[in-house]
Design a protein around this ligand. Structure first.
Ligand SMILES: C[S@@+](CC[C@H](N)C(=O)[O-])C[C@H]1O[C@@H](n2cnc3c(N)ncnc32)[C@H](O)[C@@H]1O
Length: 270
């Protein structure tokens, strides 16, 4: 199979239409051709205040949970403006960016500056989200997904479905392996891939982490490029991609998420 990367870019890993590039995304995004991806689906670093208490550490000895800072650098205004502009330029259809609610309008501005059209901010609700350890205000319990589209007419696979997802995090006590400090649940990423792309499409994740977007893309017959600055996370992502997974039936996945008959019967009632 020919490489899905443009000439001159060396992959850290490439197999069956899925490629990882170990590089600062600022060094490679300008080299990619405009409108060459169908979907940008990414989970960049969050704002500085979220990073200072972004990890939960469970002390087995005392059975106490405390928070600790994340080990990678938070987003800053320059990186947001740069990445937002390029992501909008590179996607011929959707761009989906995870963030905390306080940053949603900052990402909207960054994507619009690149020529995309803001569509919606979706919600991932986390029933096992981090409790408010200070106890002086409500805990957060959800993350936002800023959703934009290229200026062309939009289409997705969700019909009238709501942009709302309910999945537990892969946090402490979960049986899912901990690949990354802030990994997204594979089930959530598969829903987003199913809803916002089609089989064979090319997905770009410029802040790949442990490669959950790429794993979901591979499971659902999409091609994907992941970019990651940390070599350790590139290695983890490559390891995840080498594991065999059960190929998913695209049609069944779509029907499970969208349940179109529900919308059809609602339409009759209106
Ligand atoms: C929030 S994490 C992504 C986690 C991922 N969604 C997962 O499920 O594993 C963001 C990642 O972006 C990476 N990163 C930060 N700045 C970067 C840059 N300039 N270029 C490429 N990767 C970067 C960090 O090393 C980190 O692994």
């Amino acid at each position: 199979m020919p490489s899905i990367l443009p000439p001159g870019i060396t992959p850290y890993y490439e197999r069956n239409g899925i490629a990882i590039v170990h590089v600062d995304c600022r060094d490679i995004l300008p080299l990619l051709v405009s409108a060459s991806c169908d979907l940008v689906l990414t989970d960049p670093p969050y704002e500085a205040e979220a990073h200072t208490k972004g990890r939960r550490i469970h002390d087995q000895r005392t059975n106490v949970i405390r928070s600790a800072p994340l080990t990678f650098t938070p987003i800053d205004a320059d990186l947001r403006a740069f990445a937002g502009c390029h992501m909008a330029r590179l996607s011929r259809r959707w761009t989906l960016v995870f963030c905390q609610i306080e940053a949603a309008m900052l990402w909207r501005d960054a994507l619009e500056a690149g020529g995309a059209r803001y569509m919606r901010t979706m919600v991932w609700a986390k029933p096992n989200g981090q409790p408010q350890l200070t106890g002086d205000r409500p805990g957060m319990g959800y993350e936002s997904i800023v959703t934009a589209h290229a200026l062309a007419a939009s289409r997705w696979n969700g019909g009238g479905r709501l942009g709302w997802f309910l999945y537990p995090t892969d946090a402490n006590f979960s049986r899912t392996p901990r690949w990354h400090e802030t990994q997204k649940p594979i089930t959530l990423m598969r829903d987003l891939v199913t809803l916002f792309s089609d089989p064979g499409d090319l997905i770009l994740d410029p802040f790949m982490g442990s490669g959950t977007t790429l794993r979901a893309a591979a499971d659902l017959g999409r091609r994907a490029i992941g970019i990651e600055i940390s070599e350790a996370y590139c290695a983890v992502a490559a390891q995840r991609l080498q594991q065999e997974s059960m190929p998913l039936d695209f049609k069944q996945e779509r029907e499970r998420i969208v349940q179109p008959e529900r919308f059809e019967s609602m339409a009759e009632d209106i």
